[in-house]
Design a binder for this molecule. Structure first.
Ligand SMILES: Nc1ncnc2c1ncn2[C@@H]1O[C@H](COP(=O)(O)OP(=O)(O)OP(=O)(O)O)[C@@H](O)[C@H]1O
Ligand SMILES: O=P(O)(O)OC[C@H]1O[C@H](OP(=O)(O)OP(=O)(O)O)[C@H](O)[C@@H]1O
Length: 211
């Protein structure tokens, strides 16, 4: 039997994803230890696991380097890879929003000369260009997005809001909601056909514990 390979997003989602997998009998003790090792193997179940940067998970799965991945819907929308999104794990629940100072609300409604800072340029383009038909300038950043309107880099941002604490502490508010987000299980298109039974057994197990 060949190994089924899982690509998991390191960071926020990793711990909870591992806890869910454990509940359906998929364990990888080694992975929980403090190690620099990148690949972990469960010989008994013929499974391999690796932790990758969240934004790279769809790439590993599209190319078949991983059969299954767990990653945020934000990353799926941004990376636009060719894969099956099979299941909502209902963890890492948050929203993609347009945010800024209250003073940007009017500007956002009427002006086209708006700058939007974001880690998610494709999501921002899709929202402003396709859904709203509004020509804005999109500026790509890699983190601490809330800084942009505070220092005059942009009028608004497109970013994730979970508790709202970061926005609040920086005097910003949600101006428009783009979409809800949560972690999803994604599967390589060929693996879905070739390993259908094994993959469906895992997905059914996860579905049972979440419902
Ligand atoms: N408060 C939150 N902020 C950011 N992401 C969140 C939050 N709550 C849940 N998530 C989800 O967790 C995923 C992983 O977030 P995490 O912060 O670990 O990585 P990242 O910010 O995408 O990557 P990196 O920090 O390496 O750029 C996100 O893609 C999103 O789906
Ligand atoms: O609504 P909240 O609960 O405050 O969470 C939202 C914040 O968390 C994320 O940032 P992250 O911690 O990933 O850091 P980053 O800004 O460096 O991406 C996101 O980009 C927001 O800044």
């Amino acid at each position: 039997m060949r190994y089924l390979t899982f690509a998991l997003a390191k960071g926020r989602l990793a711990k909870k994803t591992l806890a869910y997998l454990e509940e359906v009998g998929i364990t990888c003790e080694e992975m929980k230890s403090d190690t620099r090792k990148l690949i972990f193997v469960n010989e008994e179940l013929k499974l391999k696991f690796f932790l990758a940067k969240a934004s790279d998970v769809p790439t590993y799965v599209e190319y078949g380097a991983a059969d299954i991945g767990v990653v945020g819907k934000d990353t799926i929308l941004e990376e636009r890879k060719n894969l099956y999104e099979v299941f909502d794990l209902k963890l890492g629940i948050c929203d993609m929003v347009v945010a800024g100072p209250e003073s940007a609300r009017e500007h956002l409604l009427h002006s086209s000369s708006i700058r939007v800072a974001t880690k998610y340029p494709n999501i921002a383009k899709d929202y402003f260009y396709n859904k709203k038909n509004q020509k804005v300038e999109i500026i790509k950043l890699n983190g601490s997005i809330e800084l942009a309107p505070l220092v005059g880099l942009s009028e608004v941002i497109v970013d994730i809001v979970e508790t709202g604490a970061t926005l609040k502490e920086n005097g910003l508010v949600v101006l428009e909601k783009i979409c809800p987000l949560s972690a999803r299980v994604v599967v390589n298109r060929v693996s879905m056909k070739m390993e259908n039974q094994r993959i469906n057994r895992i997905i059914d197990g996860l579905r049972d514990i979440i419902q």
